[in-house]
Design a protein around this ligand. Structure first.
Ligand SMILES: [Zn+2]
Length: 301
């Protein structure tokens, strides 16, 4: 066999769930936290995940109990993988789910008195806006830089400052106040179009870098890509699968497509190169279907 990994049965149109379950299984910290749990509570689904992961270590597994626990009634209806990823985490005990948990602040700075106001909250993913401009590739790197670029409020858009007690010029920007161990980026392929007054899917090609750096003044946090959930086809139908890098198989990539798992040849190279060359030879994956990007936090540089 090509790989020691195993697939998941599809119950109709449940590839959206299978793809994120495989990412969770291949996220060692998550898998181990779920398996380690000694006294699982009934309100969480950890015990279902543990059972599934144990089965998945030996053979093709059946996610039926998870589907039931997530209250999926119609298995023939396509759902959003991002939504179900979050649903799983919300129903998982904090010990396992915290790996994906970060904190983000929307920080306002008054340009008059320099007072900084934080509006902070938890996040599971960062959403990146796509633009459907035919012929152009979307750069995730630019998207990240855009996300963290401050917005300036002046003129008619001035904001009220409590200290100055008047409307003032101000900047507002996102700051990660707590970096998650795994950072999930969501490319907003499913978006509402005011032109068509309906939801549409944006099909543009995206350049997904293997390494990203969060542009912050006082920090230099980098993350390394290890999984991509892709969506093929259009809004209401289509198909999901996951490309995932294996930690214990020398950094090889695999495609997890329901019950099938196959070796994935990274584009641009025919055969796997030694590890040290691999890092420098390919800097991104180009894909018109990349939707959820999972990055693992690297040690402080
Ligand atoms: Zn002020």
């Amino acid at each position: 066999p090509e790989t020691k990994y195993h697939g998941l049965y599809n119950h109709g149109a449940t590839c959206y769930l299978n793809s994120v379950l495989q990412v969770l299984f291949m996220t060692e910290e998550f898998r181990e936290a779920v398996i380690r749990l000694t006294n699982p509570s009934k309100e969480h689904i950890d015990h279902h995940l543990r059972q599934l992961f144990e089965e998945l270590s030996h053979r093709t597994a059946d996610p039926y109990d998870i589907l039931r626990a997530l209250e999926v009634n119609n298995v023939r209806e396509q759902q959003d993988a991002a939504e179900y990823f979050e649903r799983i985490l919300r129903k998982t005990s904090g010990n396992a789910a915290k790996i994906f948990h970060g904190r983000l602040s929307h920080r306002t700075e008054c340009l008059n008195c320099q007072t900084v106001t934080d509006s902070e909250g938890p996040f599971w993913h960062l959403p990146l806006e796509l633009e459907d401009s035919p012929g152009e590739n979307y750069s995730v790197e630019n998207g990240i830089n855009m996300f963290f670029t401050p917005t300036i409020f002046n003129g008619d858009n001035q904001v009220y400052c409590e200290i100055c007690d008047v409307k003032v010029d101000a900047t507002r920007k996102y700051v990660i106040t707590q970096h998650p161990d795994v950072l999930l980026l969501m490319l907003k392929r499913f978006d509402f179009s005011y032109q068509f007054m309906s939801y549409i899917k944006i099909h543009c090609k995206a350049d997904v870098p293997h390494t990203i750096r969060i542009p912050e003044v006082d920090q230099n946090q980098t993350y390394e890509l290890y999984a991509v959930v892709e969506h093929f086809g259009d809004l209401r139908g289509g198909h999901y699968h996951a490309k995932i890098k294996s930690k214990d198989e020398g950094g090889k990539w695999f495609v997890f497509d329901d019950s099938s798992v196959t070796f994935y040849h990274l584009p641009g190279i025919a055969t796997p190169l030694p590890k040290k060359n691999l890092k420098n030879s390919i800097s991104f994956i180009r894909s018109h279907s990349a939707y959820l990007l999972f990055y693992r936090r690297k040690g402080e540089n």
